[in-house]
Design a protein around this ligand. Sequence first.
Ligand SMILES: NC(=O)c1ccc[n+]([C@@H]2O[C@H](COP(=O)([O-])OP(=O)(O)OC[C@H]3O[C@@H](n4cnc5c(N)ncnc54)[C@H](OP(=O)(O)O)[C@@H]3O)[C@@H](O)[C@H]2O)c1
Ligand SMILES: C[C@@H]1O[C@H](OP(=O)(O)OP(=O)(O)OC[C@H]2O[C@@H](n3cnc4c(=O)[nH]c(N)nc43)[C@H](O)[C@@H]2O)[C@@H](O)[C@H](O)[C@@H]1O
Length: 311
Amino acid sequence: MAKNGRLLLTGGSGMVGRNILEHPLSAEWDIVAPTSRELDLTDANAVNEYVAEVQPDLVVHAAGQVGGIQANMAHPVAFLERNTSMGRNIIMASYQSGVQKFLNLASTCMYPRAAPNPLSEDMILTGELEPTNEGYALAKIMATRLCQYIGREDEAAQYKTLIPCNLFGRHDKFDPKHSHLLPAIIHKVHLAKTNGEDTVEIWGDGTARREFMYAGDLADAVLKASGDIDNLPDLMNTGLGHDFSINEYYQTVADVIGWKGDFVHDLSKPVGMKQKLCATDRQSAWGWSAPTTLHDAIQRTYDFYLNEATK
Ligand SMILES: NC(=O)c1ccc[n+]([C@@H]2O[C@H](COP(=O)([O-])OP(=O)(O)OC[C@H]3O[C@@H](n4cnc5c(N)ncnc54)[C@H](OP(=O)(O)O)[C@@H]3O)[C@@H](O)[C@H]2O)c1
Ligand SMILES: C[C@@H]1O[C@H](OP(=O)(O)OP(=O)(O)OC[C@H]2O[C@@H](n3cnc4c(=O)[nH]c(N)nc43)[C@H](O)[C@@H]2O)[C@@H](O)[C@H](O)[C@@H]1O
């Protein structure tokens, strides 16, 4: 089968990257996916040389310093500086090397904390950011704007940005020091079941709402977008169009894992944004929606956790 061309994937060893590499559509591309040891994206000279050598037809930027609310609060310098450096280096190296197609991955955390939900792409920079992840959000906004500016200055440059909602899935991080909500719940409920405990702690009062998409579905969107980049808007949310409360996520994971117990709320823990549901008008107009149900996504993630992450 003729390939679409050479795709340079950053972050190939991360959760999103591994889901992209596992997806059947990845076979349509000749994919090069350096790890951070093979290519440190914070080293501008190394990135310039690597991109000039590989000469990709398309770059998908899925690398980053990524973590849950606790990691972002603990390391704002790294989340701002490293993500800014990586984004600037790979975008500018690609543009200066003549790469005409670039797909940047941002995050719904870059929306203003008090913006009305659902969050639409024109709301970026219209208000103050969520303090718990401000550094990460600033870095994401910088990279997103850089891609937009390149596209405006050079109509041949298709530098587009997808703005995913929260994600979870196979190859997620389950260590409580770094994990996002869903892998944290799976880890805690699994331990409670295994150890015969009858309570599990929820951070906050559990009324905050989140939109968690299965990472395998985001991989589907990324690969379809990679093959259709000319028809993408410059910014496009990739989400579900609906959200659940933190409490509902805990209960659904307990149902999937088969643990019956009580939840206790630790109100001293950070809760971040009350809600960050993204608008899916542009995504619907482009013709994509996420196919995996929450229950199936949790089951597949738990299967991965049991088979891989606890080895
Ligand atoms: N997870 C979410 O909930 C979520 C939600 C919205 C958007 N996103 C976005 O999706 C992308 C991927 O997220 P993820 O969850 O897959 O993150 P992840 O699992 O933490 O993976 C991060 C990836 O970035 C690479 N990386 C980190 N520092 C690097 C460096 N200095 N040089 C080169 N590579 C480096 C890592 O490579 P090594 O493993 O080799 O170090 C790893 O492959 C990020 O842009 C993130 O902002 C994630
Ligand atoms: C997509 C990511 O969103 C991230 O914000 P954010 O959704 O609050 O990040 P999460 O860590 O997924 O937290 C989501 C919500 O779950 C609550 N929560 C309840 N129990 C737990 C738990 O045991 N662990 C965790 N981690 N949360 C828990 C937490 O208070 C917060 O309201 C940003 O910090 C990142 O930079 C990134 O943008």
